[in-house]
Design a protein around this ligand. Structure first.
Ligand code: GLA
Length: 687
């Protein structure tokens, strides 16, 4: 497909085609739909960007709740029993108390045909008691009900459920009569009608329904950011999607986060950027990645709509979603979306100003190995002070800092803290930063050296400091220098050398190591800090020349679906690529990726060169534009320059001598990831 490759894009492309055909047949709005009662005049289109808090009092903080889509799509388990189960769990598990309020139905709740009066009919298999009964059930628990339809002739599902285009006023009234409190209004099958017109018409219809029934309805605009709703929707809806659909994988979550972050200035009370619903608990990411997802959505003041079936959720999922200190960041009444202070080499500092003057700060590590990420009270815009309270929102512990805010952050992890210039800082122990040099990538049976550090960040010294490093059973971890210090003044570090050995025969993979520092504050209070680390056992690459498509990888991230071996990227599913083809030439081996992509191989200092024929795969339209890069550890060893669909494959080679890790990167060349299917054709590694 030509555009941003999401499921909805394909449908959008088809919709555009239909719109084109219709444009030739149908003179103008309103569309000739049965029961249509669109207003005769075209409503004025608002032009304001960010707006002050609205008088209607709706969504003064980002909406919180549940939506079934990410966990069920249209499968049969989406039914009234699920909705009731979620409402019960909101109450029983304390999620209602934590702020979760809306229980929202997504697509597929209705029958494909309206009734003789043009009214929507709930699917009797899913909702035998009807929507009103479900709304009553949810309301009885002090919660609210949301529903879904599309600003088109049909919703997004292929079964063709009715959309509200041309039925805005009667559908809005029907929703309000049922007791619906929230509408998600999608964009499929929109017949090419102007987006501002379509979304503004429904706003007016909802307002009219509210005026009659007395029921305010939160209005969620879901046109995937296609028409820059942040520029015009502040007084149309309370939230607007900024991107295509999220899926339950790291690459998708990351790409959506990166599209949403630059829009911070448009968000505020009553008008929020919506980077789509949460995937926490759906199984496609690690708990570390889900904590990052939840932390970043909160720092971005995003709507927090749980997307996993809580009836089968793990304790860890409830712990993440129920973390009230993180929720408080999202729900802060000042209503600011966090902004990016720095993002060099995947080390992100994103800070959110809070109503009490403190800053919520996400130290987010995008990379696949631990990274030190640092900022300061000054850079955060806090007033000058001797000390600052530093609250760790995942570990629920308070420390103080003399000004440095820093941590070694595990791969794909986020350290989320709240930093305040208050006079209570001295009552907390000094923060210590745990650090690490080298050594978490090893071969079984071969000792690997690493150095750890414990640094006092506080105004006062850390006393009686001791450090330990522990590995899995059977591993040998030995200190080669002192593991204790009597006192560490501000800025001073205890550095300890270690050798770590995984027993011979340890299968390749990731293994947990734990670095822990215990110490006391000057008053004698005990404190500790813990850094979970991942040691990766890798296999030395074979001597000679190997096809990279066949070698095991250390890690892989991809902008759309998984990285494919020896085929093009294809679509979102694994193994759905086609033969690698650039400029009409077909290649038997290589990697099929999609920007933004990074694929890492262990080379263990034993390899010399990487070669490949690189280019944009022919499987897409003409919009692809990417840059291929080969990295040797932290050094960019080769770059292709910008390549587009018009270019033949380019020969790229790099000297990677001495590198422990080779990383193959494909960027979007700075113009978004549309159609960026990159081929590392004929990619070879010589060792
Ligand atoms: C679109 C929306 C999704 C979901 C589906 C339902 O793709 O963006 O969030 O509502 O439609 O079909």
């Amino acid at each position: 497909m030509r555009h941003l490759p999401t499921r909805t894009t394909r449908r959008r492309a088809a919709g555009a085609l239909v719109a084109g055909l219709l444009a030739a047949l149908v003179p103008a709005w309103p569309l000739p739909a049965a029961g249509a009662e669109a207003p005769a005049a075209v409503p004025a289109v608002p032009t304001a960007a960010a707006a002050p808090a609205p008088a209607d009092g709706l969504a003064l903080t980002p909406p919180m709740g549940f939506n079934n889509w990410n966990s069920t799509h249209c499968r049969a388990e989406f039914d009234e029993e699920m909705v009731r189960g979620i409402a019960d769990l909101f109450v029983d598990k304390g999620l209602k108390d934590a702020g979760y309020e809306y229980v929202n139905l997504d697509d597929c709740w209705a029958l494909p045909a309206r009734d003789a009066n043009g009214q929507l009919v709930p699917d009797p298999a899913r909702f035998p008691d009807g929507i009103e009964a479900v709304a009553d059930y949810v309301h009885a628990r002090g919660l609210k009900l949301g529903i879904y339809t599309s600003a088109g002739t049909k919703t997004c599902n292929d079964a063709g459920f009715p959309g509200a285009l041309g039925h805005e006023y009667s559908d809005a009234r029907q929703f309000a009569d049922w007791g619906v409190d929230y509408l998600k209004y999608d964009n499929c099958n929109n017949q090419g009608v102007d987006a501002q017109l379509r979304y503004t018409t429904m706003r007016d219809a909802l307002e009219a329904a509210s005026a009659t029934t007395g029921r305010p309805i939160v209005y969620s605009i879901c046109e995937w950011g296609e028409n820059k709703p942040w520029e015009w929707a502040a007084d149309v809806g309370q939230l607007w999607r900024t991107t295509g659909d999220i899926s339950d994988d790291w690459g998708s979550m990351l790409s959506i986060m990166k599209q949403n972050l630059p829009l911070a200035r448009y968000a505020g009370p009553g008008h929020w950027n919506d980077p789509d619903m949460l995937e926490v608990g759906n199984g496609g990411m690690t708990d570390t990645e889900y904590r990052t997802h939840f932390s970043m959505w909160s720092v971005m003041a995003a709507p927090l709509l749980i997307g996993s079936d809580l009836r089968t959720a793990s304790d860890e999922t409830f712990d993440i979603l129920g973390n009230e200190e993180v929720v408080a960041v999202d729900q802060d009444p000042l209503g600011k979306q966090g902004t990016v202070l720095s993002s060099e080499e995947g080390r992100w500092v994103v800070a959110k100003e809070m109503a009490d003057g403190s800053r919520a700060v996400a130290l987010f590590n995008e990379t696949s190995s631990p990274r030190r990420i640092a900022t300061s009270a000054k850079a955060l815009g806090l007033p000058e002070a001797d000390g600052y309270t530093l609250r760790d929102l995942w570990r629920h512990k308070s420390y103080h800092t003399a000004g440095t805010v820093s941590a070694t952050v595990p791969a794909h992890g986020t350290v989320l803290v709240r930093v305040s210039a208050d006079d209570r800082w001295a009552g907390n122990p000094p923060a210590v930063e745990l650090g690490l040099d080298g050594g978490t990538l090893l071969e079984a049976g071969r000792p690997s050296a690493l150095t750890t550090s414990v640094t006092d960040l506080g105004r006062t010294p850390a006393k009686h400091v001791s450090v330990s490093l522990t590995g899995p059973g059977g591993w040998t971890v030995r200190a080669t220098s002192p593991t204790g210090a009597n006192t560490l003044p501000t800025g001073r570090a205890l550095r300890t050398g270690w050798t770590v050995t995984a027993p011979a025969g340890t299968p390749p993979g990731a293994y947990g190591l734990t670095l822990r520092a215990e110490y006391r504050s000057v008053s004698g209070a005990r404190a500790e800090n813990v850094l979970p680390l991942t040691a990766t056992v890798a296999v030395a690459p074979p001597a000679g020349t190997s096809a990279l498509g066949d070698l095991p990888r250390l890690s892989a991230t991809n902008g759309w679906g998984p990285v494919e071996r020896n085929t093009s990227n294809g679509e979102a599913a694994a193994g759905d690529g086609a033969p690698l083809t650039v400029g009409g030439v077909v290649y038997a081996t290589g990697l099929g990726v999609h920007a933004h992509s990074a694929v890492e191989f262990y080379t263990g200092g034993a390899c010399g060169t990487v070669t490949a024929q690189v280019g944009v795969d022919d499987e897409e339209g003409a919009d692809g534009s990417v840059v291929f890069e080969i990295w040797a550890d932290g050094t960019k060893a080769a770059s292709s320059g910008v390549l587009t669909n018009a270019d033949a494959a380019r020969a790229l080679s790099a000297d990677v001598g001495g590198a422990q890790v080779v990383r193959l990167v494909v960027t979007d060349a700075g113009d978004g990831i549309t159609s960026d299917h990159g081929d590392w054709a004929d990619a070879r590694l010589t060792c």
